[in-house]
Each structure stands twice: as structure tokens, then as C-alpha cells.
Design a protein around this ligand. Structure first.
Ligand code: SF4
Length: 353
């Protein structure tokens, strides 16, 4: 089946001109747009932070990060723990782990900026490599992220459920990318997506490309799977002022510090009480702990593919035990370690006692 569109030259010219003109007047004043921040390191950090995260959330993280490591040379000395600590609360921690791998790679390899070269760096894929090389070198590669996809989908009235959807998007994006000035063009689209062609309510009445757009106002819903509910237990195992803490090896939290917790189990409402007791007792018996426990409460947390209800169990020991991969730590020491947003919520329950 054919995924190619015949886009007339006149359409392309009008599209690029209108989008770029709109940007000249309406562009957002963002820290990574300032002329002294237009270098590889700062654009790279901002683009990594902006993946899956909105601008408003990113700005304070970006500023703190750049204050700590103002350039690539200073970033070379960062430890993984430090990077994760500066990332704490921003989510999708794989991005921070990849930054660590990437700077280790960059210490040993010097690269000229081009989309194909940048893809050799750990954690840099199609989008970031194109976006950096477009912004810094005006390379005319097609920059496509979720926002740009949404604009193209609406303007060409594409069906998101079609098997050809992805190919159509990339084909059209490439066709519309200008040979010159792609740096300005791709940033124009990013701002246009956030200020005009917004996710929920696009401002079609005032839109400068309305005459080129086929959007009928109806959002075709993607057949998304509903999120499942899971349940888990966190174990606050303490003796005097210390409690057990480990560095997680689970994919979601790898490298982050946390109290021990059980696997996350699919949760059916009517069996919750039994399930909690069973998970707690199984876990304690597996680790030879036979102490009384009390449930301190629970926290809810939303992951990209499931909802978690995590109960926190307080176990007060008379003497310390050894638990493989965990060590005893004070609250003060724990405060200085990188933690996931989930563990930040759990921590509030732990200091309530
Ligand atoms: S007319 Fe509406 S849907 Fe089309 S590009 Fe403009 S804001 Fe987006």
C-alpha cells in the first residue's frame, strides 16, 4: 500500500513560510534558546530532558543541571549518583543513565555534529540527533516527535490506527522539511505544537495554516489498552535510627536508592486485603523475618503502562539483620541519595512515624 503523498511545491513553500513567520513573532523565550546556550552540550541536555516531559517541568531541572555542570568538560566528572540526584523527580530515569554512558563515550570520542554521527552516542536516537544537527547545523533531516506527529496527523487528516500511519508521518515530515533554515523551522513547529496546535484544544480559528489544514475537529481515538492496576509492598525495616536501603536493579528504578519492595502484582479489588497479607508474609518468610509489622499506609503512583498502589509496612527490629544487596542507612544519608518519585512519596510515610 502506498504511504506517499503528493505534496505540491506551492503547499510546501506556503507551509514553511507561514510557520517560520509565525515563529519570528511568537517564539518562546526558553533558557536553551539563548544565544550563549546554543551549543551541543546545552541543546543535548535540554532535548533529553524534554523527551516525555513538558517545558514548564523541565526549565528548573535544566537550570539546576547547567549550574552544576555548565559545560561538557565539567560534566565529564559527574558520577552516576550525582546525575540521578539532579534528575530526581523528572522521571524516566533511563535518560539520566544514558547521559552518564554518553558522557563516558564522549570523553573518548570526538564527533563532528551530524545526525548520523550523533546517533553513535548512547541514548541519542533519531529525534535528538536530527534536532541537534538541525538547530546547530541546519541539517535538513526530518525532526519528528509526538508534537510534530500530531500537527502532521491533523493537517493531512491521517488515521492513527492505520498500519501506514508511521510511514506516512515520516514521509510527509521529510517532504515538508526545508533545505535551508531547518534549525528555525523545527523549533517553529515545536512552539506551534505547544501554543497553537495543542493536544486537547487546538486554536484552529486563529491558526495561520488553517487554509492548508484538513483537520475536521474530530479527534480519532487511538485504540489504547487501558492501564492495569497493580499492587505492591514496600518494607520499612528499621532498627533504632537506621533502616535498610539498596540500589535498585529493577529496570524501572535502576541505580536509584530505595527500601526493599515486593514484586508488583496485578490487583483485583475484591482480593486486595488477602493479597496484601499474602505478599507481606511470603516476603518476610523468604527473608527469615518473623517480626510483627504494621501497615503505615499506601501511596498511589502512575507509571506509563500501569497504576500502582504501594503499601508501606513498618517492621521494627531489636537488632540489625543482613539482607543481601541492602545496607543500613540513616534518614540523613538517605536524603542525599537519588530516589524515584515513587520513593519520594514513600519517604513521607516513613518520616510520619
Ligand atoms: S487548523 Fe487547527 S488542527 Fe490545523 S494546524 Fe491549525 S491548529 Fe492545528
Amino acid at each position: 500500500m502506498n504511504y506517499k503523498y503528493n505534496i505540491e511545491k506551492k503547499f510546501k513553500r506556503q507551509w514553511q513560510k507561514k510557520i517560520i513567520n509565525w515563529y519570528e513573532i511568537n517564539k518562546r523565550d526558553l533558557p536553551w534558546r539563548k544565544s550563549n546556550n546554543q551549543n551541543f552540550y546545552k541543546i543535548w541536555i535540554s532535548e533529553v530532558m524534554l523527551q516525555q516531559t513538558i517545558v514548564k517541568t523541565v526549565i528548573p531541572y535544566y537550570e539546576k543541571f547547567i549550574k552544576k555542570w555548565p559545560n561538557l568538560k565539567s560534566f565529564y566528572n559527574a558520577s552516576l549518583d550525582e546525575i540521578l540526584l539532579y534528575w530526581q523527580g523528572l522521571g524516566y530515569y533511563q535518560r539520566a543513565r544514558n547521559l552518564f554512558k554518553a558522557k563516558e563515550y564522549l570523553k573518548k570520542n570526538k564527533l563532528f555534529i551530524s545526525s548520523s554521527n550523533l546517533k553513535q552516542i548512547p541514548g541519542i536516537g533519531d529525534y535528538i540527533s536530527c534536532s541537534i544537527s538541525a538547530i546547530l547545523k541546519n541539517e535538513n533531516c526530518a525532526v519528528v516527535d509526538g508534537n510534530i506527529k500530531r500537527i502532521i496527523k491533523r493537517v493531512f487528516n491521517l488515521n492513527e490506527n492505520s498500519k501506514l500511519f508511521k510511514k506516512q508521518i515520516y514521509y510527509i515530515a521529510k517532504e515538508l522539511t526545508p533545505d535551508l533554515k531547518n534549525g528555525i523551522y523545527c523549533q517553529s513547529l515545536m512552539d506551534f505544537a505547544n501554543l497553537v496546535c495543542k493536544v486537547k484544544k487546538p486554536y484552529c480559528e486563529k491558526c495561520i495554516v488553517k487554509n492548508l489544514c484538513k483537520f475536521d475537529g474530530k479527534q480519532k481515538k487511538l485504540n489504547k489498552k487501558p492501564k492495569i492496576n497493580k499492587l505492591g509492598i514496600g518494607f520499612f525495616i528499621r532498627e533504632n535510627k537506621n533502616f535498610l536501603v539498596g540500589i535498585s536493579k529493577k529496570k524501572l528504578f535502576q541505580g536509584l536508592y530505595s527500601i526493599p519492595f515486593s514484586d508488583f502484582i496485578n490487583n483485583k479489588e475484591n482480593t486486595e486485603k488477602e493479597l496484601i497479607d499474602r505478599i507481606i508474609l511470603d516476603w518476610m518468610s523468604l527473608h527469615n523475618i518473623s517480626q510483627k509489622y504494621q501497615i503505615l499506609g499506601y501511596v498511589n503512583h502512575i507509571f506509563s503502562h500501569f497504576h500502582l498502589k504501594l503499601f508501606v509496612v513498618d517492621i521494627k527490629l531489636k537488632s540489625k539483620i543482613n539482607l543481601a544487596n541492602y545496607k543500613w542507612m540513616t534518614h540523613r544519608a538517605y536524603n542525599s541519595k537519588p530516589k524515584s518519585s515513587l520513593m519520594m512519596k514513600v519517604k513521607k510515610l516513613m518520616i510520619c512515624i
